[in-house]
Design a binder for this molecule. Sequence first.
Ligand SMILES: Cc1ncc(COP(=O)(O)O)c(C=O)c1O
Length: 474
Amino acid sequence: MDSRISARALSQALGGWRTREPAYEALADGIRLLCLDNRLAPRTTLPAERELALTLGLSRSTVAAAYRSLRDTGHIASTRGSGSVTLPLRRRDPGRTDPHEGMIDLQQASPPAWPGLAGTIAEVAGGAAALVSRVGYDVLGRIELRTAIAEHYRDRGIPTSPGEVLVTTGAQSAIHLIASVLLGRGDRVLIETPTYPHAADALRRAGARLVGVPVTTSDGWDLDRAEQAFARTLPVLAYLMPDFQNPTGRSMSALERATIHRAGERAGSVLVLDETTAELDIDRGPVPRGFDDGDPAAVIRLGSLGKTVWGGLRVGWIRADADLIRRLVAARPAHDLGTPEFEQAVATALLADSERIVAQRSTLLREGRDALTAALATELPAWSVPVARGGVSLWIELDAALSSALVMDVRSRGVLLSAGPRFSVDGGHDRHLRIPFTATPGELRRAASLLAQSWHDVRAGAPVSFVEQVDALV
Ligand SMILES: Cc1ncc(COP(=O)(O)O)c(C=O)c1O
């Protein structure tokens, strides 16, 4: 079924789009970026020109010119009667299997596979004859793997039995499953902003109304806002990343954990703690405990091997109270019949090696973080680059709110990035850019140099009043 986007929703998604002259090209670029980010799915009907013009405070001819420009570049098609509809993105070179070949892809923060992975896979493949004699997938997870995951929690001081663990196909499917079981249409969900966008998408699709609580690289979680949001909206659940939050890289202090835990308990909310990034500890500092006292049914933890080992290994898990695990298992087959046993066997073997894996990750991410931080300090000294103690990315504050324009420009120079607003829950973050440091140091240095060239051009092309106004805010 085709969908449509209202003028108000499009205006919100566009954020501060007016980043260059002429205005119609800036508007067209804003819509192009939404298509590239998949925030505007193919076959979405755009608002009528008159309606969008009214909402954005533009003349109708400006919107008409923007739509014409989008037609010329193959991003939309317009037909009399059914309006303007976004098109699937065209391959630049249809002969190429990977449309991003030769580009530095910093859209996803995917570290390369752990070097020992190929060896582990080969070892597990040695037992393939026994494996293929069984069904090969299951909806709950093999007992060997659930036991290994439970032990992993016990080592962290969180007593866990295998009956409290469900193996999923990556953390993303865990988020989706939890949302589909616990949420109904219109339910409130508290979520950090900025956040991991695919979680926000999954929660919205389950019908949630998201309530954003700000997290900044300098001050962490806004506890006043969090307490107010819990008390006023009584969210059914809160989706949080307490350790090395994606994208800010911040970890909650003991006080932040305790305050949020208490506020969640008072509101009767279930706290969903996404710990996919929790072990990506670069500086290996002390990790505060939290969320492990009180009602165990009110805290769900989820994890994955996607960042610590390899994104291609689709193994994640949910740790929750045994009753909820049973409810999740009952609901799961509607969209997923289980995790492949081969991958589960690989994951079981890997968990036995987790200390070595985490140490290697830490070294790899440190190299990336240090290379990127140093390159940005040289190339773009006006940007405010935080100290990231862990995680996969830097959440950078730019010296002008031109994130989307920058991302469009640098794309044409061979660097793929997502603009700040992609990580926002309620609009904004035009001053921010997420740069993952999961690529090689060489690629990161090259990306920083191309970003500097782009930034020079984008700032120079922005309306004077815009840049001055922005500078006045700094
Ligand atoms: C915070 C967070 N949660 C979940 C995921 C999805 O993980 P998986 O690849 O295991 O589905 C990611 C991946 O980027 C992530 O950053």
